[in-house]
Structures are given as structure tokens and as C-alpha cells.
Design a protein. Structure first.
Length: 89
């Protein structure tokens, strides 16, 4: 195993982190390994078109303008849809 000792920090939105984490899980990879492979030009698995996730991201934005309770319900549903789309459990 390689001795990885240097980190790269990248700031993302909460929604972006959820999406990338779920895509990594679908590929059976850790988040770090998934990002490493993508950064090095590998495409570790297939996932739905970007437009599908764009719609879910828009729903997350709408949820931010709702009451806390309604927003949480919308976010739970969009998270569930993302999970279903990428084959999560």
C-alpha cells in the first residue's frame, strides 16, 4: 500500500458532499479513493445524468426557503431519491 501523507483540501457545499459520497458508495469506494480516481482521470462507475441531480439540487434550494420542518422533509426525500438513483441502500 502506498504511504499517502499529503492532503488536498477542497471546499464543497453540503449537497455536493452528499452527492459525491453517495456516488463513491455506489462504486464501492471510500470518498477519498473515489475522489483520487476521478482526479487521476478514472471513471469508477456509472451514475445518472447530471441533469437528474440538478433537479434534486434545485429542490434542496427550495427547501432552504421553507420552514425548518418542511425543509427537513424535502431534504429527506431528495436524499432518498439520490440514494435510489445511484443504487444506495
Amino acid at each position: 500500500m502506498r504511504n499517502r501523507t499529503v492532503g488536498i483540501n477542497v471546499l464543497v457545499t453540503t449537497t455536493e458532499k452528499k452527492k459525491v459520497t453517495m456516488m463513491a458508495r455506489k462504486c464501492g469506494l471510500s470518498l477519498s479513493e473515489y475522489l483520487r480516481q476521478r482526479a487521476l482521470g478514472y471513471e469508477p462507475g456509472r451514475h445518472p445524468p447530471k441533469e437528474v441531480f440538478n433537479v434534486l439540487d434545485k429542490l434542496d434550494e427550495i427547501a432552504e426557503n421553507c420552514s425548518a420542518r418542511e425543509g427537513a422533509a424535502i431534504n429527506a426525500q431528495t436524499d432518498h431519491m439520490r440514494d435510489l438513483l445511484i443504487g444506495g441502500n
